[in-house]
Write a protein that binds this ligand. Sequence first.
Ligand code: ATR
Length: 267
Amino acid sequence: MERYGVFGNPIAHSLSPVIHAQFAKQTGLDISYDKILAPVDGFSSSAHSFINQGAKGFNITVPFKIEAFNLATQLSLNAKTAGAVNTIKVDGDELLGENTDGIGLVNDLVNNLDISLKNKVVLILGAGGATRGILLPLLKQSPERLMIANRTASKAKQLALDFSTHGKTCGFGLDKIKDTPVDVIINATSASLDGQMPNIANGVANGAICYDLMYGEQTPFMNWAKANNAKMVMDGLGMLVEQAAAAFKFWTEKQPNTQAVIKHLRS
Ligand code: ATR
């Protein structure tokens, strides 16, 4: 049996073991996948003890993605650009660091929801780690413009500058969002965790596809989008399953059927 798992703090709520158990069943692989609660100041030693027990790989969630970036001995371009690692593969003495969050979002949008980003105007709310993690895969879809709006304007401006060579990015404060529609709005703030909605112009949602990286209940962002004539309102469950599938493929080279798992989780 091959051993995998996910590190986080907290971790009790994680759906990843359920998702990976279904992937294993689909592909006929004999895999175990555990939830591992690492102490806030003890990620590295927890990870090393898991590796010493023969683990083949693991996922990393909040708050350890930057520490996982530092733990990896080799980094993919995605991981380097994101500045964070959510997937590690153990390869002999090497720890290969990957970031599948952005690929997960793009695969959910493009393959599951049939939303093309080519030549679209995309507005991202937030300029933290979640935004940095999705920018490169989003830019590879060739949007017309990718705007980053953040409560702290300077962070959005800096992030847009960091990615300026990749495409048409710009950054500004939430208060500078115009009251005119865009094609796609992605909520990458952590405001939903506090039951809050970033304070932005309502008209921007009109006819837009609104996607929250959070999943589960109706988030304040999703309620706001519905109340403001969004064309489509979606939570991040599909992204969660797709980022897991990309990690599963990175470890095992097998591509699971994500749509079946998304359907199962929604029911
Ligand atoms: P993550 O790694 O999840 O992105 P983070 O790096 O702490 O977490 O970033 C959180 C993001 O959510 C930031 O962009 C933050 O805005 P600030 O940079 O101004 O702090 C944003 N955020 C959190 N709560 C928010 C709220 N109530 N309204 C608007 N933005 C919020």
